[in-house]
Write a protein that binds this ligand. Structure first.
Ligand code: KIV
Ligand code: ZN
Length: 498
């Protein structure tokens, strides 16, 4: 029998902290339910004291999810812990995740404190959390750069104070796998009672070693891996869930396994990528578009003769639908619905009807509709509830001509029109929209990406707009990149014009 490795998913906390990845509560519940179906053991649902939105999300996820433990993050601060306990009130299984920085960098520069004082604060926060919940996880922030002897003293003290899980984060992604594994081994050998608690790893990917460090920690005794879907997270991200799960499953010799239903991995990966507007790099292990695509003739020949000559994982085991139907203008609504289901998207009848209508228009312009196109179509129904909608856009531009745009907007049922010129077609379209909206706002970031290849491709536009000191994010995708830019701008404006 394999030893169980508990999967602690922090997509909705460490992952959601990334600029541009913010989700609303409804979207977070959708992700939490998908994580529950995937079989994760713990969902870190947020940092309740950080904002009313985070607090509310922890409350609603606690109500919506049954099996996984719901975890809320705090600093080593009494108020944070009280607020986290309140946010967790409806969770069937609850955990408070509290802790403090233990490296000399954190002790000296972040806290202007001493090792002894930090040790006392660590014990105090665990004791405080224990008043509210039985299951208390302690994190030693920047444990990766913390001296092992001092780290063991802190961990010993919090274990004595009642911590049930001790989290050893490599916060800066600095450690080498051998070093990180040795750290876990040191704790296993120097902390009394360590076998009665769970050691967790929480590795960041700044040097591309998050997965290797996590596995090294697991091989040396850690039994909880803190991970995110697609490896999203602060800076270069966190350890990716799908990689850890499939490493354990592929290396049966390790004798370690998780509770994850791996056939759902690709669906959840796409759901998260779609909701967070965070594309998965095509060559990403396990869930990237090219992870199982053999392009060289030699590989194709080898795979056709015997799959195992070039593949160590059966694509079906991670939910890659090899018989995926290529959607074209002749595909029916049922085929679109099936493809969406495979991608983890369920639309109600009205939304599906609208998506199908948009699908037919797109299929007229593109020969084949692929998964990224389908995800884009599924996102379009969100726009139906917007207060401001783009009615029409006409742009004249060309070499030696000044770009001029005419725009029609529908604002809560009323029609407005405006014309403006600009130093290019996007600038002209945005200026015309500004003439109608009349708010002080500034485009801070603007990014156009192609989804696939080819001149008939869809362009995705990510935009950040500043209004009254706050930044608002907008997104759209369209085969017409000027239209996508105007729509993304309007998407952002809808977030502050109510
Ligand atoms: O990276 C880190 O150290 C963290 C802790 C808050 C667990 O995210
Ligand atoms: Zn982190």
């Amino acid at each position: 029998m394999s030893d169980r490795l508990f999967i602690f998913d922090t997509t909705l906390r460490d992952g959601e902290q990334v600029p541009g990845c913010q989700l609303n509560t409804v979207e977070k519940i959708e992700v939490a339910k998908a994580l529950e179906e995937l079989g994760v053991d713990v969902i870190e649902a947020g940092f309740p004291v950080s904002s009313p939105g985070d607090f509310n999300s922890v409350v609603e996820i606690s109500k919506a999810v049954t099996w996984p433990t719901i975890c809320a993050l705090t600093r080593a601060v009494e108020k944070d812990i009280i607020v986290a306990a309140e946010a967790l009130q409806y969770a069937k299984h609850k955990r408070i995740h509290t802790g403090i920085g233990t490296s000399d960098y954190h002790i000296r520069y972040k806290f202007n404190s001493t090792r002894e004082e930090i040790l006392e604060r660590a014990v105090a926060c665990v004791k405080c959390a224990k008043k509210y919940v039985e299951d208390v996880q302690f994190y030693a922030e920047d444990a990766g750069r913390t001296d092992n002897e001092y780290l063991a003293r802190v961990i010993q003290a919090v274990v004595n104070a009642g911590a049930t899980v001790v989290n050893i984060p490599d916060t800066t992604g600095y450690c080498l796998p051998s070093e990180f594994g040795a750290k876990i081994k040191y704790l296993m050998e120097h902390v009394d009672g360590i076998h009665k608690v769970t050691i967790a790893t929480h590795c960041h990917n700044d040097l591309g070693m998050a997965t290797a460090n996590t596995m090294s920690g697991v091989i040396n005794g850690a039994r909880q891996a803190e991970v995110t879907i697609n490896g999203i997270g602060e800076r270069a991200g966190n350890t990716s869930l799908e990689e850890i799960v499939m490493i354990c499953r592929s290396h049966k010799d390790l004798g370690i396994d998780t509770n994850i239903n791996s056939t759902k991995l690709c669906g959840v990966s796409r759901l998260v990528s779609n909701l967070m507007n965070m594309p998965v790099q095509p060559n990403k292990a396990i869930v990237g578009r090219n992870a199982f695509a053999h392009s060289s003739g030699i590989h194709q020949d080898g795979v056709l003769k015997n799959r195992e000559s070039y593949e160590i994982i059966d694509p079906k085991d991670v939910g890659v639908d090899e018989n995926s139907i290529v959607l074209t203008a002749r595909s029916g609504r049922a085929a679109l619905k099936h493809r969406m289901h495979v991608l983890g998207i369920e639309l109600d009848k009205d939304a599906l009807d609208k998506a199908y209508e948009a699908f037919l228009k797109l299929a007229d312009r593109k020969k084949e509709i692929n998964d990224d196109d389908v995800l884009m179509l599924a996102g379009q129904h969100h726009r139906a509830n917007h207060r401001i909608k783009l009615q029409y856009l006409q742009v004249t531009s060309g070499v030696g001509l000044q770009s001029v745009a005419s725009v029609g907007l529908d604002i809560a049922g009323e029609k407005f029109e405006a014309c403006a010129s600009g130093n290019g077609p996007v600038d002209a379209a945005i200026s015309a929209i500004k003439v109608i909206i009349r708010r002080t706002m500034q485009v801070k970031e603007f990014l156009i990406q192609a989804i696939n290849k080819g001149s008939n491709d869809i362009g995705k536009v990510h935009i950040t707009v500043e209004h009254e000191g706050q930044q608002y994010y907008g997104f759209s995708a369209n085969t017409d990149i000027i239209a996508a830019s105007a729509e993304a701008f309007i998407d952002a404006i809808n977030k502050f014009v109510r």
